[in-house]
Design a protein around this ligand. Structure first.
Ligand SMILES: CC(C)(COP(=O)(O)OP(=O)(O)OC[C@H]1O[C@@H](n2cnc3c(N)ncnc32)[C@H](O)[C@@H]1OP(=O)(O)O)[C@@H](O)C(=O)NCCC(=O)NCCS
Length: 127
């Protein structure tokens, strides 16, 4: 999970070119173990950019070092917030350019995830 957070942080930082902090880590299921003798492959990409927040999808696979066989081991959605380097307050970031049908479809799902995430946040802070 630390690697997932790091991979997502790199993507958020490269997009915003600002300091970033993890705001939310959505549920992550571990579908298969990564064993000794296997390499963990992490693929992280931006799926949503709002004002200062960014959702990054991280797909994790295992690769067997002898056979090269790859298996999906998990997917996580991590939200990062870009901060102003001086005030350390949330700071606007440039929008995300959606170029392919796949990116647009992923973005539509990300909007729904964001809505649910913010609802959960509101419910927690209301307690
Ligand atoms: C994340 C953080 C900077 C947000 O600050 P805040 O004062 O709550 O700011 P706001 O309410 O104005 O929210 C700023 C943005 O963060 C988003 N955000 C805040 N909490 C969130 C959460 N739990 N889930 C998803 N998004 C969240 C808001 O939706 C908003 O997004 P937008 O600008 O794109 O619309 C602040 O809560 C924080 O510093 N948290 C601790 C971060 C941390 O220590 N992480 C672990 C170590 S890196």
């Amino acid at each position: 999970m630390h690697w997932v957070d790091l991979a997502a942080a790199i993507v958020a930082n490269r997009h915003s070119r600002r300091p970033v902090v993890t705001a939310a880590f959505d549920e992550m299921s571990f579908l298969a173990p990564i064993q000794v003798g296997q390499v963990a492959l992490l693929h992280a990409r931006l799926t949503l950019v709002d004002r200062s927040s960014m959702e990054i999808r991280v797909d994790v696979q295992s690769e067997d070092m002898l056979s090269g066989e790859r298996r999906t081991t998990g997917t996580a959605f991590v939200t990062f917030v870009a901060l102003d380097p001086v005030t350390r307050r949330p700071s606007p970031v440039r929008p995300l350019a959606l170029e392919t049908e796949e990116e647009r479809a992923e973005h539509a799902c990300a909007l729904e995830r964001r809505r649910l995430r913010l609802e959960r946040r509101k419910a927690r802070t209301a307690k």
